[in-house]
Design a protein around this ligand. Structure first.
Ligand code: WQD
Length: 331
């Protein structure tokens, strides 16, 4: 069985990928626990038998520490997820984001070359498009990004692209995530933001559980049917399965794919979908717009379906039910 290293593998996305890969790959995880915990490992192990010896606590931005782990694994493939990912925090602390996210990517590429790993899947983001029109296509120009987080993703993509130009035997796949949401249907793993959730569905979940009194809707005067912004919400299990398709379908060269549903959902439509699915009312208060928000961000997903044979299958109702089941399982 081949070995795949998940950097940041104990995080929200990584843990779901580990569950989906465990049948066909030996999964090894390296994570610095900046945005996860070993308690997450206990819950993950109830879903997939990852040996504790295959989980390493190390910082991918520290080449010496990362290489000590990497040299002992010498993986056949890497799925690189490790990185800070809070948009607002990146605006306040740009150097922390550039240092952490860019060094992690450079170290991954350095170690791939040094230890003959020839397959890389990179966790990128729709934010690399900047204020591009929707539905966004992979052949569209990348406009000026709106925050340092997005800029680290765009720069990392370019690093990988340029690395592949000098390594003809290498295969890299960039996956541009739209809005990952939801949780594993078991309710055992899901998104557990530290502090006040920045993202919409985790916040709705906390309103439903009584942790928050209401949802603040950041503006309802956008040029959309109900005045609220539109996003492409994709179930985290669909997203995880896109990584399995990318890994199993990897080919030489550098490939870029959007990972979304291709469907747009407004803020108020997501609120209504959550209320309908869970029968829980979500009080809302309309407030001022949030700086940097796009009117719409939805994916054209024809390329990944055509080339990797993957498409999202889970509905908005499933997203809301799985999210609520996970939220309800939290203390
Ligand atoms: C969605 C919509 C908000 C919270 C972010 C980041 C990035 C990316 C995906 C990785 C927007 C509105 C939100 C709230 C609200 N992840 N909203 N009240 O901004 O599309 O993307 O997540 O790359 O982290 O780009 O997602 O969930 O923050 O916001 O009204 O309390 O919900 O204004 O229109 P976003 P989001």
């Amino acid at each position: 069985m081949k070995t795949v290293l998940l950097t940041g593998g104990l995080g929200y996305i990584g843990s779901h990928i580990a569950v989906c890969l465990q049948q066909s790959w030996r999964v090894v995880i390296v994570d610095n626990l900046a945005n996860s915990s070993l308690e997450q490992l206990d819950r993950l192990q109830q879903l997939c038998p990852i040996a504790k010896a295959d989980v390493f606590v190390a910082d991918c931005a520290d080449l010496t520490a990362f290489e000590a782990v990497y040299a002992s694994i010498r993986p056949d493939a890497v799925i690189h997820l490790a990185g800070h990912k809070a948009v607002g925090e990146s605006v306040e602390k740009p150097l922390m984001y550039y240092h952490n996210n860019l060094n992690a990517t450079m170290n991954v590429l350095t170690l791939c070359a040094r230890y003959a790993t020839r397959t890389l899947i990179f966790s990128s983001s729709a934010t690399v498009y900047g204020p591009q029109v929707s539905p966004m296509r992979e052949d569209m120009a990348l406009l000026e990004t709106l925050n340092p987080y997005a800029e680290t993703k765009a720069m990392s993509e370019r690093m990988i692209r340029d690395f592949v130009k000098t390594h003809p035997d290498f295969q890299s796949t960039v996956l541009r995530y739209f809005n990952p949401v939801g949780a594993h249907p078991s309710g055992l793993i899901g998104e557990r933001p530290n502090g006040i959730p920045n993202n919409l569905l985790p916040y709705i979940q906390q309103v439903a559980s009584g942790k928050r009194p209401h949802l603040n809707v950041f503006g309802n005067d956008y040029p959309t049917p109900d005045g609220t912004p539109i996003r492409d919400y994709i179930h985290v299990m669909d997203l995880a399965q896109a990584h399995v398709a990318a890994l199993n379908g990897a080919t030489l060269g550098h490939h870029v794919y959007n990972v979304g549903t291709g469907k747009g959902t407004s803020v108020l439509e997501l609120v209504t979908a959550f209320e309908t699915a869970t029968k829980i009312r979500i009080p809302v208060v309309v407030t001022a717009r949030r700086a940097g928000d796009l009117v719409e961000s939805t994916a054209d997903v024809s390329k990944i379906e055509k080339e990797l044979g993957w498409k999202a299958t889970r509905s908005l109702e499933t997203i809301c039910l799985d999210a609520w089941k996970f939220e309800s399982s939290q203390r």
